[in-house]
Design a protein around this ligand. Sequence first.
Ligand SMILES: Cc1cc2nc3c(=O)[nH]c(=O)nc-3n(C[C@H](O)[C@H](O)[C@H](O)COP(=O)(O)O)c2cc1C
Length: 384
Amino acid sequence: MQIKYNSRYPAIDDLIKKAKRKIPRFAFEYLDGGCNEDVNLHKNTAELRTIELIPYYLQNYKPSNLHTELFGHVYDAPFGIAPVGLQGLMWPNAPEILARAAFEHNIPFILSTVTTSSIERIAEITEGRAWFQLYHPAENEIRDSIINRAASAQLPVLVILSDVPTFGYRPRDIRNGLAMPPKMTLQNILQIMGKPEWALKTLIHGQPAFATMKKYMPKGLNMRQLGLYMNKTFSGRLNEEKIKPIRDMWKGKLVIKGVASEEDTETAIKLGLDGIIVSNHGGRQLDAGQSTIHSLQPIVKNYKNKIKIMMDSGIRSGPDIARTLASGAEFAFLGRTFMYSVAALGNEGGNHAISILKTQVQQVMEQVCCPNTASFPNHLIKNS
Ligand SMILES: Cc1cc2nc3c(=O)[nH]c(=O)nc-3n(C[C@H](O)[C@H](O)[C@H](O)COP(=O)(O)O)c2cc1C
């Protein structure tokens, strides 16, 4: 897919500002916020940006190549779209916009269990290339049914989420009635009235619904009942006993997302998993936790080549992706960045963000004289 972006919004900050103007405050705050005092949210990006790269300006130049192999597929770039729940709340049709853009640019799109498009719809758009993220349901029957649907759709990678033993404490969402169980406040209604384009598009597309989960849910639930249902369905902590049967059932690649310690990495290797995504959920779960770049460093040092190591949280630009890869992650994922772009630019948002990021990563590679994405670690300035 050709690189094509809107030159009025060349920076992610431009998109954040525009998204904030375009969508109701409760939706923007749901996307933008971390948890508690947002310490981990800010640390993720700030500490990632202490990583420095060394350029080699006088070496023999080889053209930089963004193509990156992961789980047997060669992607056009070393980054992908992280799973985000309730995307249709931020912009109607957002998961489909992003899945289509990811497919056209040949990068991975991970579909969340709790977003507003179904496994089947996203598999169709991506010709079976999307990955699926599983929130582990309390009932094994639902677990098996969801996994079978992902297998029937021939999705190549199943990502089990580990870092939501309970929902994070998010003051803005509580204030806005978006905590569990959710409620529609007068404030929210007023905010919707102030965003006519969002309101109209939402009216046309219909109220956002948990498309993959719909078939398991009792009909006609109001918002409060829906919240209680989701809380009950996804309650519980992941452990080895819950992962083992999934490893047995799932014939494709199996990844755990939300790893932030060497101990959990060991467990993932022991259970025969194919990859981990070092992640702290974009700083939305444990405000007292480390930034992911700091969690990543010992994991790379001790487990590189024993399991595929990927990372997300706090990545907002091409240089951030370069820093992540230079630190030893083999692939980067971004969550909010793509959603800001879709909230700001609608249908154009997916291509726009991917094009900006591809351009920026390529530009960094040309600067430091890095021929391929696996060579980024040669450019890491140690102890930076
Ligand atoms: C609004 C929002 C909803 C999210 N929902 C999910 C989800 O349903 N499943 C999941 O595995 N991760 C979810 N995440 C976490 C992302 O997959 C990813 O780890 C995080 O966004 C990365 O950080 P970044 O936003 O700083 O790039 C969500 C993140 C945000 C911001």
